[in-house]
Design a protein around this ligand. Structure first.
Ligand code: F6R
Length: 274
């Protein structure tokens, strides 16, 4: 009974504040089954691609790698094959790449993107961008500035896809990353390297550094979609969504973004109090 009244009160309060039930601050949180999450997010991306194409304009996507977005890429490939979704008008920018990392190496994010998306749709090769994992350390700053320039010249990112690391990272913006950080060389957190150890047959083989879009670069996207699946993400999702906005949890900066949707499955949402 009490539960019913408090839920009703929350609902009425959300109406009076102009927000919908499920909103967290500025964040919109959706908790759905993983399959449904993939379909929902892919449909959102496809709708934007189609609208931009109809208007004769490019659509700029910010892309993530890792286990979280693989189902979205599979669904986008299906939409391309079965429902005529064309990527001819799409420009992509990936969040990050290990350094050093050759594009053909098995763990490279270049390779990941080709395997999961680029090789299966009609994206123009010149329209895909990832940070260069082979850039000599002395030239990283220039390469990062060029990446920022390319994003700007493309008209900024329309939809940025994000996963979240157990450290609270978005891209490879580990704890301590500032809100105004831009594309740069970063050190990977030990937990991040531990989580990557399986892909590299042992933590000792995981690179210590990477190039990542900055927090500010990510926040410039017109729309952000952060996804998290599984219980291992529950604690950090709660800190990112309901905790204070702090560089200790870089994903919490998304609370300051005007158009961010957080898509979770039930296990990833178990830490949320509200
Ligand atoms: C990947 C990236 C990372 C991952 C995060 C979650 O390009 O930027 O922030 O999104 O580490 O990884 P998964 O999805 O493997 O749990």
């Amino acid at each position: 009974m009490f539960g019913y009244f408090s839920a009703a009160k929350r609902f009425l309060k959300s109406l009076s504040s102009g927000r919908r039930p499920g909103d967290r601050g500025r964040l919109i949180v959706r908790v759905v089954a993983r399959e449904e999450a993939n379909a929902l997010v892919a449909a959102e991306i496809a709708a934007l691609i189609r609208a931009r194409t109809a208007a004769g304009k490019p659509c700029v996507l910010g892309l993530a790698t890792g286990s979280t977005p693989t189902g979205i890429y599979a669904e986008l490939v299906r939409l391309h094959r079965e429902e005529n979704l064309s990527f001819a008008n799409v420009v992509t920018f990936n969040l990050d790449e290990y350094l050093p990392m050759g594009p053909e190496e098995p763990q490279s994010y270049h390779r990941f993107m080709h395997e999961h998306l680029f090789d299966h749709v009609d994206l123009r090769p010149g329209n895909t961008h990832l940070p260069d994992g082979m850039v000599p350390v002395g030239q990283v700053t220039d390469a990062c500035a060029m990446y920022e320039r390319q994003i700007r010249e493309a008209g900024w990112v329309d939809i940025q896809l994000l996963g979240i690391g157990r450290t609270g990272h978005i891209g490879f913006n580990e704890p301590g990353s500032a809100a105004d950080s831009r594309t740069r060389l970063v050190d990977l957190h030990e937990t991040t390297r531990l989580d990557a150890a399986r892909d590299f047959s042992g933590e000792a083989n995981v690179p210590r550094t990477a190039v990542t879009m900055g927090v500010a670069t990510i926040l410039e996207a017109r729309q952000v979609i952060l996804m998290a699946f599984g219980e291992a993400k529950a604690a950090v999702v709660a800190r990112a969504v309901e905790g204070p906005v702090t560089s200790a949890v870089p994903a919490s900066f998304l609370q300051t973004h005007p158009n961010t949707m957080v898509v979770l499955d039930e296990p990833a949402a178990t830490g949320l109090a509200r």
